[in-house]
Design a protein around this ligand. Structure first.
Ligand SMILES: Cc1ncc(COP(=O)(O)O)c(C=O)c1O
Length: 420
């Protein structure tokens, strides 16, 4: 369903003004003939994108990894959807609510090249992945594999199924600077036994930005009869990929991260033939065992958030995911390549271009990450987040499309000064 017929379906929403993309479209038209890698360093172009964001002047925000707040166009439309749904009330809920939700699932599915029937719109990665961890048919003694660098909420849910069902969790530790893909694949393979049922792997590790060789891990795990669940919280709408290229069984992400959709929007992908093997968290009325909606009954919820996901997709499509990915990689490479050379500075993100994109992590020998984060904010007006996890001590640096080279120069200057 295209945007026009979608809006028609929601009745009053047909009155919605088109997103104010005129400026952005004009800027994009001027660089359309160029390779995204060349546009990546075009500060004039990205300054126009910056103009779409309401930025707090109090600090330089290098902490977009928590979530990427919306550009003005998406925000305006979210408010408009809220107004319209509130105006229509239960009429909206009883007429087009589900049709629209399915249409949103279809648009999200398009980005990663899968079918709408394999996608559920959830509230976030936590909901998506914990639903799989908690919904597997576990038997006592079954094993699961994961990494120390995985996200706490999922690790906690694995601990929960350990207590509840007697699942045995096996933990690997991913090196920050792997020699090659095989080192990572072998690491995960070494934790698999004949009792292993599920392997969780990050597509992009949130604390270092390292991109893992998911397809190779999936092939290795499948050959041993193990299912793979991918934590894609930071990869979706950050790097371009297709689900068929990963071939994983389950994939969860948060749309409020790199897609810049409203807070409380996420996606769960389940490979078609696996849907019937997962128990829902909240029981749905009798649906076919292969129907994805079985896993997605959360009751009455803020449907205007779902609607604004379409606006976030339209905004991203206007910039182009390939341009956005190239810009984010360029920004990260810009500051890490300078700081890697500074004595006492430790960059915890791999240098190899295929193993990183926009996220980086940097520490200074002898300085506690939390002290470093405090100093950066108080003395230099730069907002980051301190990471103190196994093998990773430093600050996570997450610029977004609105970040300028001037802002990164301020970071380079601050870290260099603090390291001497
Ligand atoms: C790797 C990873 N997984 C899962 C999550 C959880 O995301 P959410 O809080 O949106 O559910 C995060 C959040 O930062 C994350 O970085």
């Amino acid at each position: 369903m295209d945007k026009r017929s979608f809006l028609k379906n929601v009745g009053l929403m047909s009155l919605a003004a088109p997103l104010n993309f005129a400026q952005l479209e004009k800027a994009v038209a001027a660089v359309n003939h160029l390779d995204p890698a060349d546009v990546a360093s075009d500060e004039a172009f990205w300054l126009k994108v910056r103009g779409d964001y309401d930025l707090k002047p109090d600090y330089i925000n290098l902490e977009n990894g928590y979530y990427c707040f919306m550009p003005r166009q998406t925000m305006d439309h979210l408010v408009e959807h809220m107004r319209n749904v509130n105006y229509e009330g239960s009429y909206y809920m009883r007429t087009v609510q589900w049709e629209n939700k399915n249409a949103v699932a279809g648009k999200v599915a398009e980005i990663v090249g899968c079918t709408a029937e394999e996608v559920a719109i959830t509230r976030n990665t936590t909901e998506s992945l914990d639903l799989i961890i908690g919904g597997m048919n576990w038997n006592a003694g079954d094993e699961a594999v994961m990494a120390e660098q995985d996200y706490g909420a999922m690790l906690n849910h694995f601990k929960f199924v350990e207590r509840r069902f007697g699942v045995v969790n096996r933990m690997v530790s991913v090196p920050n600077h792997p020699k090659n893909d095989e080192e990572i694949v072998d690491l995960y393979a070494s934790a698999i036994t004949d009792k292993t049922r599920l392997l969780m792997v990050c597509h992009m590790i949130n604390i270092t930005g390292q991109i893992l060789p998911v397809r190779k891990i999936v092939d290795m795990a499948h050959a041993k009869g193990v299912e793979v669940m991918v934590d894609g919280a930071h990869a979706f709408s950050h790097i371009d990929f297709q689900m068929k290229d990963l071939d994983c069984d389950y994939y969860g992400t948060s749309l409020h991260k790199w897609l810049s959709a409203p807070l409380g929007s996420g996606m769960l992908y389940v490979k078609k033939e696996k849907i019937d093997s997962v128990w829902p968290l909240f029981a749905e009325r009798d649906l076919d065992a292969n129907d994805m909606r079985r896993l997605n009954h959360i009751g009455t919820h803020p449907v205007h958030t779902d609607l604004a996901i379409l606006d976030a997709i339209e905004y991203q499509n206007t910039i182009g995911l390939d341009r956005k990915e190239a810009r984010l990689r360029y920004l990260q490479h810009y500051w890490t390549s300078k700081l890697r050379k500074v004595p006492r500075v430790v960059v915890n993100t791999p240098e190899d271009m295929s193993r990183h994109c926009g996220i980086g992590n940097v520490g200074i020998e002898g300085i506690e990450p939390s002290d470093l984060a405090d100093k950066l904010l108080k003395d230099y007006g730069i907002f980051t987040v301190a990471i103190n996890r196994p093998g990773v001590r430093g600050l996570r640096i997450t610029p977004n499309v609105y970040t300028t080279i001037k802002e990164l120069d301020a970071l380079i200057h601050a870290i260099t000064e603090l390291s001497t």
